[in-house]
Design a protein around this ligand. Structure first.
Ligand code: NAI
Length: 427
């Protein structure tokens, strides 16, 4: 296996980094009531004792709160990043200081280092994997299949990872159970919609110091993330145009009052293009030819394949960094097209990015922690393949959150429950 050092051994001043990281994590933890409640149980009952958890996630403060929860629940945790640009080195260093956590995550790694760090996590021989994008599951199946027998299961955080896992499952190639954490209501309806909406827009605004008001914002993809982005952009007084390939999603956008049109038409009017499709080649050469001078191009999908940067580089007569996190490509007719965060998911990979708001990640990571606990307690009940998160776990997390927000709701009466379960009633 490749040797890749833990973060502490890679930094010039790990002690200072640890201190900065610690402050960021403590702030996040203060605003994560779901993880706080789970922590009481995990610390007291040690449900994860004896487990080794291998993680590949965006290593920043909220993720760190999850990692510490799992470690405080009795697990040994090894973690690395799931994107070369989304790691906060100080947070990674603070995690690495915990007795039960080893962190290999470092910002700005190249491809070789990125995969070497994943291998270093795998060298801990995880019994549970927690992924954001499925790179860990893929590496284990491809290169270390001998570990699969001792793996109880895994959890997957994002849409693209779940897509990949389902494709693998359809091919009969997925050899252990994995929970589709992304697909559960407590994750997808909040994280993908509100989280991506809020954090993508705020990161773009901070990175560029430009306003949304009066801009034409083209949102590619009207799925969960696209809906959030479109709604928040429209709330900031932007004019929103949606592009889609699915007729139902396109119709939904149309009925919400957004303009819907093909990308090449939308591109000609765009001040900002933000891709949220999880698909490749969404903004391509023919779009670069019509995009207006000064346009901002950003991506919020998992991989950096939505904007065809190779074609853009080919077309450009010059390229330069015009601000931190903004690369300008000049066309031969003088137009300047600005790409944010190298086309990687902007809300996590831009130099000033913090990812989703803390409260949102409390929910997503509450579901993650409940799923890890479920694998330890009932892992035998799940066959190899992709599994929905059990509804009672999702409800448990929702109930903790409602209680923390001091929101009360009604209970079904016995008569209502019977009515809802019965087919024998009519008029
Ligand atoms: P989704 O499946 O709900 O939505 C994707 C939409 O894009 C679908 O409606 C699909 O029809 C559309 N689409 C596909 N190809 C297209 C094309 N060529 N042109 C226009 N539209 C196209 O997925 P979701 O949950 O919205 O996730 C999207 C991406 O964002 C995934 O890669 C996911 O992993 C990632 N993600 C990123 C987050 C972040 O923090 N930046 C948070 C959550 C998810």
């Amino acid at each position: 296996m490749a040797e890749y050092s833990r973060i502490t051994d890679q930094l010039d001043d790990p002690a200072a980094a640890r201190e900065d990281g610690r402050r960021k994590i403590d702030w996040a933890r203060q605003h994560m009531p779901i993880l706080a409640e789970l922590r009481e149980d995990f610390e007291a009952n040690q449900p994860l004792a004896g487990q080794r958890i291998g993680m590949a996630m965006h290593v920043e403060a909220k993720t760190a709160a999850l990692v510490e929860l799992l470690a405080d629940g009795g697990a040994e945790v090894a973690i690395t990043g799931c994107n070369p640009l989304s790691t906060h080195d100080d947070v990674s260093a603070a995690l690495d200081a915990h007795d039960s956590i080893t962190s290999y995550a470092k910002r700005g790694v190249d491809d070789e280092e990125y995969y070497a760090a994943i291998e270093s996590v795998i060298a801990h021989e995880p019994t549970i994997t927690v992924d954001d994008g499925m790179d860990m599951v893929a590496a284990i199946h491809e290169d270390y299949p001998e570990l699969i027998d001792t793996i109880l299961g895994g959890c997957e955080e994002t849409t693209t990872g779940v897509h990949r896992l389902r494709a693998m499952d359809d091919d009969g190639a997925l050899e252990y159970p994995v929970f589709a954490v992304n697909d559960t209501p407590m994750k997808r309806l909040f994280d993908n919609v509100h989280g991506t909406g809020e954090s993508s827009l705020s990161t773009i605004a901070q990175t560029t110091n430009l306003s949304w008001a009066g801009k034409t914002v083209v949102v590619a993809g009207y799925g969960y993330c696209g809906k959030g982005v479109a709604k928040k952009a429209s709330g900031q007084n932007a004019h929103v145009v949606v592009t889609e390939v699915d007729p139902r999603r396109a119709l939904e956008a149309h009925m919400e009052g957004y303009e819907v049109m093909p990308m090449n038409e939308a591109a000609a009017e765009a001040d900002v293009v933000l891709t949220t499709t999880g698909n490749r080649d969404v903004v391509t050469r023919e779009d670069f030819e019509v995009l207006p001078d000064g346009v901002l191009l950003a991506n919020a999908g998992h991989f950096d394949i939505e904007i065809d940067l190779d074609a853009l580089s080919d077309l450009a007569v010059s390229e330069r960094e015009v601000r931190d996190g903004v690369r300008e490509y000049e066309m031969d007719d003088g137009r300047r097209l600005n790409v944010l965060a190298e086309g990687r998911l902007v809300n996590l990979a831009a130099p000033m990015a913090f990812g989703h708001p803390v409260e949102v990640m409390d929910q997503s990571f509450g579901v993650q922690a409940a799923c890890v606990r479920e694998l330890v307690e009932n892992g035998d009940a799940y066959d190899a393949g992709v599994h929905e998160v059990p509804d009672e776990l999702d409800r448990e997390i929702a109930e903790i959150k409602l209680a923390a927000e001091d929101v009360e709701i009604d209970d079904l009466t016995e008569a209502q429950r019977e009515y809802m379960d019965s087919w024998e009633h009519g008029t």
